[in-house]
Design a protein around this ligand. Sequence first.
Ligand SMILES: [Zn+2]
Ligand SMILES: [Zn+2]
Length: 476
Amino acid sequence: MTEKQRALEIIGQARPNLEALSDAIWDHPEVGYHESFAADALCAFLEENGFQVERNLAGIPTAFSGSYGSGAPVIGLLGEFDALPGMSQKAGCFEKCAAADGGPGHGCGHNLLGVGSLAAALGVKAYLEAGHTGTVKFFGCPAEEGGSGKGFMARAGVFQGLDAAFSWHPGDLNSVSTESTMANYQICYRFHGVSSHAALSPELGRSALDALELMNVGVQFLREHVPGDTRIHYAITDTGGSAPGTVQSHAEAVYLLRAAQLPQVKALYERVNKIAQGAALMTETTVETEFIKACSNMVLNTELMKVMQRNLEQIPCDFFDEADADFARQVAASFTYKDPYFEDVAAQIEDPELREKILQDKDAPIHTVTMPLLRESQGFVSSDVGDVSWNCPVAQIGTATMPAGTPMHSWQAVAVGKSPLAHKGMLYASKVIAASAIDALEDPEILRRAKAEFVRRTGGKAYDSPIPAEVKPRIP
Ligand SMILES: [Zn+2]
Ligand SMILES: [Zn+2]
């Protein structure tokens, strides 16, 4: 048995504990920067397994790392564990049914994400223990959903000194991620006016809600005059109250602005600011802006993608059984549409024969095929992994932890998070990540080429955080 096989076997042996850990995090869903249960559980696991744990990274109580080994190269493995607000759902239930009304839930599979990367660290540690030089560092990264935890960690220099980093995301497909993500800014616009009796003395009132509505209308007109790949989203987070007979003296919206690159987001931000100021001027109110967070676009790295692809193809995905397929079919019975995603992805495969072969998996209850390495493309989502990717070469995979066609951030995604299907897909991701990290430790040429590509793609510039120095993460 090779040292790499032995490392993967160590992950397999830890399986009951890893599954229990992932389930425990699923059972205690915590939203961004509130993840004390998950952080404690993951840190305890790291300590029990001989990792040196450092907590409170970047001054964030739920950001931490666990290191093993010494010296270069240093390989980072990224883990997340935050849940989504309002997504509570009972496990294994085939209809929408909250476990706790209005509570959070793991709709993005981050209970699996954190533990999967942690398991990979366990495998890499086993390899290093066999007498190899190098360091493996697991990063516990809070608040991926809307909090840019990694962005604040990156601003504090947490990811400096890494030679490479690997991560993954739960999903319904085994593939290496070849999509870049969008850069974004998230800003809160808070209007202040004057309250007054809306019937007796309307002339004395200055409505903050009017200002907010005018701002939103202004932004709708702006949409016609921005680049096509720009995304502008907003949520009204304060309507000013529930009494129509009172002029609303306060109102607030949170805007999320996305574009392919940071300079485009910055330009968009300046235009939205002008609209907010215009709305305030029209209504004789004032507007206050609070910069919440930002994240950088993802810098891809072909060299590391190829390493992950090789391992994804070499490690067989042959562990799903008829019970998993039955479970997947029962969940899929609630889908109101035919999965558009798989065929979209398959359509990108250039070789017609390979495309045909992959398409045979189209109607499978669980996708077990391995997608070939697709051409690079620009995705529309954002991820704070982007900020890590401006610090060192990064690559990521997705593995099937959900029935084919499961939408992310859905009750179905929460419901399957503790199933054998989810556990198996998580362990598969761990093994592919560990094998890729071991390849990078074993062959210095991989890291040399990955680094050269990183320098070429980033222009050799030092990382510049998109989050202004005075902005603090929204820690409770
Ligand atoms: Zn998500
Ligand atoms: Zn996610």
